[in-house]
Write a protein that binds this ligand. Sequence first.
Ligand code: MF3
Ligand code: CO
Length: 250
Amino acid sequence: MIIIKTRREIERMRKASAIVAEALNAIKEFISPGVTTKDLEQIAEDIIKRRGGKPAFKGYRGYPASICVSVNDEVVHGIPSTSVILKHGDIVSIDLGVVYDGYIGDAAITVPVGEITEEAKRLLEVTEKALYIGIQEAKVNKRVSDISNAIQRYVESHGFSVVRQFVGHGVGKQLHEEPQIPNFGPPGKGPKLKEGMTLAIEPMVNAGKYEVYVLDDGWTAKTADGSLSAHFEHTILIKRGGPEILTKLN
Ligand code: MF3
Ligand code: CO
C-alpha cells in the first residue's frame, strides 16, 4: 500500500528534508583533496544533531554509518572511512537520510573533487538532469514507471546506462516504503501517482555498462566494468500543481 501523508506528516518530512539539504550543502562545500570520507560523516552528524534530527541510515539493516560515500567506480552504499582520502579528479557521491520527529528525508548528490575529466563532468550533468526529468513526470494521475522510463531514455540517449539493481522508493515514517521506483522500464505501468505521496527518486548512472557487484563488506556497490558512477536523489511530494522537492539545496 502506498501511504498518503497528512499535512502534519508532510511538515515533519519538510523539516527532516531541510536538515538533509543543509548537511549535503555543508559537505559539498567541505569536499576537497586530502579530506577523508570519515570527515564528511562527521560534518553530517554534527549538523543532524544540532538541528534535532537523527541519522536515518545508521543501523538500517545493520548499516554502520550516517551517510553513504561512494567514490569513482563505487555506485552506492560506500562506508565512510579514515583511510579513504579524496584526491584531485575524483567524483564522490554522498547519500544522506535524516529522521525528524519520526519522519524521514532522503537525498544524494555527486560532487567533483578539484578538476575532473570531461567525461566525469558529463556524467554528473546527465545524472542530475535525469533526476529532474524523472521528477517532472511525478504528477497526479501519471504512473510510477513514467518516471522510470523518462530517466532511462534520457540517460541512454547520452550513451550512459542506468543501474538496475537499486531503485528509488516511497519514503515517510520508513526509509523504504512502497512503491519501488526503478530507473528503467516501459512507461504507463505501476500504481497511479496521487496527491500526498512522498517519493525518493534516485537515478544511479554508470559511464559504462549497468552491471554492479557488492564488495565483501556487504554494502559497497561498484560498477562491474570499473567505469565511473554518479547518483542524485531528492525526496519529493506529489501535489496537484506538480511535484514539490522537499530536499532542495538552496
Ligand atoms: N538512499 C539510499 C536508499 O534509499 C540509502 C540507503 S543506505 C542504507 O537505499 F544504509 F540505509 F541502507
Ligand atoms: Co533513497
